[in-house]
Design a protein around this ligand. Structure first.
Ligand SMILES: [Zn+2]
Length: 167
């Protein structure tokens, strides 16, 4: 595990906190989350998993994570059907009802449910391939909607991951 990837993770996480704190009152939940995540980033091998965890909770604390267990159109469970993001309504629908949009496969929806249940240091990396990538694309979309810009540190982080040091 190289130092560059730890540094780029911390850079990205710090940038996120900065950007979100500018828009909203900093709150104690955010700083508790930051402390817990930074601790876990130092300890744990899968930094991409921690980064996805952090993004999810940051967006949720900012009140902008579209969460639901079942499809609003057909009531099927998203964990069974997989989900897609309907950006115009800022909500999730199941993959039977919605044919396009950022996709979260069934394993990704299940992993997300684990994120809501677990502290960062109790979360094992997902078994299914592609889960972290799907969640990353979804979070990227939500962060851009929130901040109206790309974070450079996110690109640096992604580049580091692509160099194959972590998963
Ligand atoms: Zn549906």
């Amino acid at each position: 595990m190289g130092e560059p990837i730890a540094a780029s993770t911390l850079g990205y996480v710090t940038d996120l906190v900065d950007s979100f704190a500018l828009e909203r009152e900093p709150n104690k939940h955010l700083y508790r989350l930051l402390r817990a995540t930074v601790g876990a980033i130092a300890d744990q091998p899968s930094r991409e998993t921690r980064a996805r965890y952090f993004e999810a909770w940051l967006l949720r604390l900012a009140g902008s994570y579209p969460r639901r267990k079942s499809c609003p159109v057909c009531s099927r469970l998203l964990a069974d059907e997989g989900a897609r993001y309907l950006a115009s309504e800022q909500r999730l629908e199941c993959q039977r009802c919605l044919g396009s949009g950022v996709s979260l496969s069934s394993p990704s929806v299940r992993f997300l449910e684990a994120i809501w249940r677990q502290p960062p240091d109790g979360l094992a990396p997902p078994e299914a391939r592609g889960v972290l990538r799907e969640l990353g694309a979804f979070h990227d979309r939500l962060i851009q909607e929130q901040l109206d810009k790309d974070l450079k540190s996110r690109r640096v982080f992604d580049d580091m991951l692509r160099e194959g040091e972590d998963l």
